[in-house]
Design a protein around this ligand. Structure first.
Ligand code: SF4
Length: 330
């Protein structure tokens, strides 16, 4: 099995009490079966406290937050389970976060997730580098459509090259990515592979673009599920500034995270639009770009219903038509 991970993947270390947010805030923790059984079998005060906070929800065991925090969170920012029993006693959710696994059977892609402040800092400041690859024994037969995956891998590599080309500024790069996404969807649908000329595509798109409306986009996001009061406040008071160069890292992160997922439903273009819309919103809200991107990820990427709503909206919402998105970028 081939494992691929960003060059910075192994550099991640949780900064615990120095973390400006915390994965122990606001989220209920999904506890895997083995950990739940272990926690329920523990003697003493820790066992009693765990039995009190674990409950069943839709067939899964969940540790519910209390006063906005995980009930196992200590005032010094450390986890009580980890402090008393060691890291190996953590459930999978807590042990793995913010590491993401995309397992396709015969290959595995590892990533860090933007919703952790320390991971966001690393992702958005990492110099461009080839991902690290390692072949290990094992793996399963792939369950995906091999032809579609080959198109997705090849178009993803071309999208990443487009992002790395610094001869175009960030908004034009995003516009070019959107236009390339449209061509890539055609290739996924069976069109012959064609060379993509970004400058020619951008020139024709300039005639087609219509003025877009950021407030309509923010209205859409205000209608999604909201986790924190900070996010609600940010959506109602956007303060966009210049596009920072680290937005290329953000595009790369989104492309690496979402592009191949189109193998599940052949809908690549909605995912490309999700990437472009996400960058537009993060930039449009302004403030510290890394902090805004981290909060965005916590609110949107970590909520499956919000991601689904955004993919649906990318397909049919009037704020997200191609001409309006291009109008905001060109
Ligand atoms: S959000 Fe990241 S840095 Fe903060 S406590 Fe969780 S894993 Fe550690």
């Amino acid at each position: 099995m081939l494992i691929t991970k960003p060059s910075y993947f192994d550099d991640f270390r949780c900064i615990a009490s120095a973390c400006p947010d915390s994965c122990c805030k606001e989220w209920d923790v999904l506890v895997d079966e083995a950990s739940a059984a272990f926690y329920r079998s523990l003697p003493g005060q820790l066992g009693d406290d765990l039995r009190n906070v674990l409950h069943e929800e839709d067939g899964c065991t969940v540790m519910t937050i209390t006063d906005g925090r995980c009930p196992m969170w200590r005032r010094d920012g450390l986890c009580r389970i980890q402090a008393e029993l060691g890291e190996s006693a953590l459930c999978h959710t807590c042990r793995d976060f913010p590491r993401l696994r995309h397992d396709y059977g015969d290959f595995l892609e590892l990533m860090l997730e933007l919703s952790c402040p320390e991971a966001a800092r690393i992702i958005l400041s990492a110099p461009t580098a080839e991902p690290v690859q390692q072949e290990i024994p094992g793996g399963d037969d792939p369950e995906y459509d091999g032809e579609a995956m080959a198109v997705l891998k090849s178009t993803r590599a071309r999208a990443l090259d487009l992002i790395q080309d610094t001869s175009r500024d960030i908004p034009r790069t995003l516009a070019a990515l959107l236009l390339f996404g449209c061509q890539a969807q055609g290739e996924l649908d069976g069109d012959e592979e064609q060379p993509f000329d970004p400058e020619a595509a951008l020139e024709s798109a300039g005639e087609f673009a219509k003025s877009g409306d950021t407030s309509l986009i923010l209205d859409f996001f205000s209608g999604l599920e909201i986790l924190t009061p900070q996010w609600k406040a940010r959506l109602s008071a956007p303060k966009s500034g210049p596009w920072p160069e680290c937005c290329r890292n953000l595009m790369r992160y989104f492309v690496e995270r979402y592009w191949l997922q189109a193998v599940s439903d052949y809908d690549l273009y909605s995912r490309v639009k999700l990437i472009v819309i996400s960058c537009l919103v993060i930039h449009g809200l302004g403030g510290n770009f890394v902090q805004t991107a981290q909060l965005y990820s916590k609110e949107i990427e970590n909520n499956t219903e919000n991601v689904e709503a955004l993919l649906d909206g990318a397909y049919g919402h009037p704020a997200f038509t191609d001409d309006k998105l291009l109008g905001l970028l060109l």
